[in-house]
Ligand binder design. Structure first.
Ligand code: GLN
Ligand code: ZN
Length: 781
């Protein structure tokens, strides 16, 4: 008997990003909602039929979303904050999109996420440790829930009309509440009893319509849970078992091990349990041994988070015990999680070489792998076996390819093995040396690096990419932009300048394209949020830097001015966290390789004369593991990687870093251990409150708390920024404080940026007039 193959979710965006184009066309008013909904229906139908054609046994429905599945869940149960103007009943599409993107008064469909006037969007944050972002549900103090529309039922019936029996997917009520936030700060779990009847009705209607199974996702099962949260799971699934006894629930966990939640999960009265054996292979033995014989065990075996072809022979071995010890009709094989996080089809990558392509597996290839694995499990001698051998050969080829292994990289890593990279002198000493070198005023002003990437800049780049603009002309264009931005920064009186980053398409891609071991795709898009998709670089081999990557542009920009020009780099942890990373080495090793490549660039910049070098670690915090006890290990190697790339320089070379957030409370020792001379962070929206961590934990080095919120087109005034600086002075020492925006300016227009930076420089001047020499730094013990 065959072991059933099951899928947990299929990419929504379409092979050719149809969803993005349909959404943007609708938002800009170029097409009506009929066209949008038709496109959506076509994408759903395509996905179902494709999965069916590829022989998948259990096909999901309700995994589609126009924007985000957490938002869909909130809308489905009527968790819609009053500002969006919904009262009861069906929820209009414009309300849905206002929650997703904000609305500008009467022009909800005008194409931009406006802030300031109109209604702001819900907050957005990362979905577990992926690069997918969901909208954070918001609950009122007396939140009530009602079923606005049974979307899982609609999807189920829609698929059935196409001849496809599906297993509808729902986000579980406990995870849903846990991901949301209550306005009054209380635990949203207290709303569970109000929410359950709505879920029960959805499930009952599904059951009445003939659904045999549903998939309920409770990825919170891989997090550190409180006793209250575990109890909430117990109450929820006990209620469903009583209220809808005929409907079988496949309870899905993914992104990690059940760990100390295993007992809770095993005790829930559900018909099936899905576990992630890619991220947490170590739980296989325990889970297989302990899941009740009558329960269906869904084994997540194909990596839903990465793009490598699996070695199915190996996978087969790891589940041999399960297969031998259980009735086959109580087993399913599946991807580890929804395929939302991988691109659609390798076949679209016509520009990648065949060898590299043979190593890759995107969503549809992963489904084929499942089907193949199922066939091989069925008959060990028959048809399945040759195919399995071919797969093993292909998977093995990557591990041994000369393209993957660079002995020089291995040698260099070994050289640094066991050493703790550190600057030659303490910060205090370096600070003196740097003060002697730079003639900077108190409260020095700077920016984070990029200046507006105008339509002109983007057009020149894409013309150059398409071969319509020669390199000479493109370079001349970029030089003109750079000259203009350097002149302008001098004119308004910024102290430390940047070159503007006009030559960069993206802060990771720009470097990846120049490093060996990286590959870039043309069509391998994955959803980041809403209609924003990204094409993460693929790190397939040892990373090295064959040639300098930024020296030319830095040198050109510095030649235009006497003021210090920052060298501008992306840090190793951020490059790692925003890429698909090879799975044959520990992530920390790959990170060290990137760090060494960046170190080469840092030293070349220094040699070329750069006195200040900024290494952005925008994504350091988002790489934190899901479980608290794994944090320290991650922070240790992340900090070490930063130090590896940044500590080779002389005392008088100033290292800056930038981070796009400001929740530092729980990682402050790691931030301090990075030992950057200056760190810039995002704080303007929180009114500097988030600086508290730096004050309380006495962060010793210099800090630039952002005083200009670059996420909004609003131009802050001089006094507003001055007030923020006054607040910062309550928490930091004067000689610690830099003045800068929250982040890079690439998404802004010159119309916002010009007045805002003029105001910023003016605010710093005002402050200097009030405190000509600052509060002296207290003598340190
Ligand atoms: N230097 C980059 C810029 O200014 C930093 C961006 C970021 O950290 N997200 O655009
Ligand atoms: Zn930033």
């Amino acid at each position: 008997m065959t072991i059933k193959t099951a899928n947990l979710g299929f990419p929504r965006i379409g092979r050719h990003r149809e969803l993005k184009f349909a959404l943007e066309s609708y938002w800009s008013g170029k097409s009506d909602r009929g066209v949008l909904l038709e496109t959506a229906a076509r994408l759903r139908a395509g996905a179902w039929l494709e999965q069916k054609a590829r022989g998948i046994g259990v096909i999901p429905s309700n995994d589609f979303s126009l924007y985000d599945h957490v938002l869909d869940t909130a809308v489905m149960v009527g968790a819609i904050p009053p500002v969006y103007g919904w009262r009861a009943g069906a929820v209009d599409l414009d309300v849905y999109f206002a929650m997703a993107r904000g609305s500008n008064g009467g022009h909800a469909a005008c194409g931009h996420a406006h802030q300031g006037d109109g209604v702001p969007a819900l907050e957005m944050t990362k979905w577990f440790d992926t690069n997918y972002h969901y909208l954070v549900p918001e609950f009122e103090k007396e939140q009530s829930f009602e079923l606005t529309k049974n979307t899982p039922l609609e999807a189920f019936l829609e698929a059935r009309a196409l001849g496809v029996e599906t297993r509808p997917v729902l986000l579980g009520p406990v995870t849903f509440l846990k991901l949301g936030k209550s306005r009054d700060g209380s635990s949203s779990l207290r709303l569970l009893e109000r929410l359950l009847p709505v879920y029960a009705r959805i499930l009952a209607e599904l059951s009445n319509a003939g659904a045999q199974w549903v998939q309920i996702d409770e990825p919170c099962l891989v997090l550190d849970l409180t006793g209250e949260e575990r109890q909430a799971l117990v109450r929820t699934y006990a209620a469903f078992a009583t209220l809808i006894p005929d409907l079988r629930i496949m309870l899905a966990s993914y992104f990690g091990a059940l760990g100390d939640n295993l007992d809770t999960a095993l005790a829930l009265p559900v018909a099936g349990l899905h576990v992630d054996l890619v991220r947490a292979p170590e739980q296989a033995g325990d889970v297989i041994a302990r899941v009740a014989p009558g329960q269906t065990l869904s084994l997540g075996l194909i990596d839903g988070r990465n793009i490598w072809r699996s070695n199915l022979a190996k996978v087969k071995e790891t589940i041999a015990a399960a297969v031998a010890g259980r009735a086959r009709d109580t087993l399913q094989i599946a991807p580890s999680c929804s395929l939302l996080h991988v691109p659609v089809d390798v076949a679209l990558e016509t520009a990648l070489d065949d060898e590299l392509k043979s190593w890759l597996s995107f969503a549809v290839q992963k489904l084929d792998e499942l089907a193949l694995l199922s066939a091989a499990l069925e008959d060990d001698e028959g048809a399945g076996l040759p195919a399995l051998e071919a797969n093993a050969v292909a998977a093995q080829a990557r591990l041994t390819s000369v393209r993957v292994h660079d002995p020089i990289v291995a040698g260099r890593l070994a050289e640094f093995e066991g050493k703790v990279p550190a600057r030659a002198s303490t910060f205090r000493h370096r600070q003196d040396a740097q003060r002697r070198r730079f003639d900077l005023p108190l409260f020095p002003t700077t920016t984070i690096g990029s200046f507006p990437q105008t339509a002109e800049v983007r057009k020149a780049r894409s013309m150059h990419d398409r071969g319509e603009l020669s390199y000479i002309d493109y370079k001349a264009f970029l030089e003109r932009e750079t000259v203009a931005v350097v002149r302008w920064q001098e004119e308004i009186g910024l102290d430390v300048l940047v070159h503007g980053e006009f030559e960069r398409n993206d802060m990771v891609q720009y470097f990846g394209e120049q490093l060996s071991g990286f590959a870039f795709t043309r069509h391998a898009w994955v959803q980041s949020y809403g209609s924003r998709y990204v094409r993460p670089p693929i790190i397939y081999g040892d990373v090295a830097r064959p040639n300098p990557m930024t020296i030319g542009w830095w040198d050109y920009a510095q030649s235009l001015t006497q003021r210090p020009m920052k060298g501008m780099l992306t840090g190793p942890v951020t490059i790692l966290n925003w890429s698909f990373v090879r799975d044959d080495l520990p992530r920390e090793t790959v990170c060290r390789q990137i760090a060494l490549a960046i170190r080469d660039e840092v030293l070349d910049l220094e040699r070329a004369g750069a006195a200040i070098i900024q290494i952005d670690e925008a994504a350091l915090r988002e790489g934190l593991p899901l479980r608290r006890r794994d944090w320290q290990h991650y922070l240790d190697w992340a900090v070490e990687a930063f130090r590896l790339c940044s500590t080779g320089v002389a005392d008088e070379t100033q290292i800056h870093t930038h981070m796009c957030y400001s929740e530092f409370n729980d990682i402050m020792p790691a931030i301090a251990a990075m030992d950057a001379d200056v760190i810039s962070i995002e704080t303007s929206r929180s009114k500097m409150e988030l600086l508290q961590a730096f004050a309380v934990q006495r962060y010793p080095n210099e800090i630039g708390p952002g005083v200009y919120d670059i996420h909004s087109p609003r131009v802050p005034g001089v006094d507003e920024m001055k007030t923020l600086l006054d607040l910062a002075r309550e928490r930091l020492l004067d000689d610690q404080l830099w003045v800068n925006p929250d982040c890079g300016l690439k998404t802004r227009t010159w119309e916002d940026v010009k007045p805002a930076l003029i105001h910023m420089v003016e605010a710093a001047r005002k402050l200097r007039q009030e405190v000509p020499s600052g509060k002296p730094r207290p003598v340190q013990a």
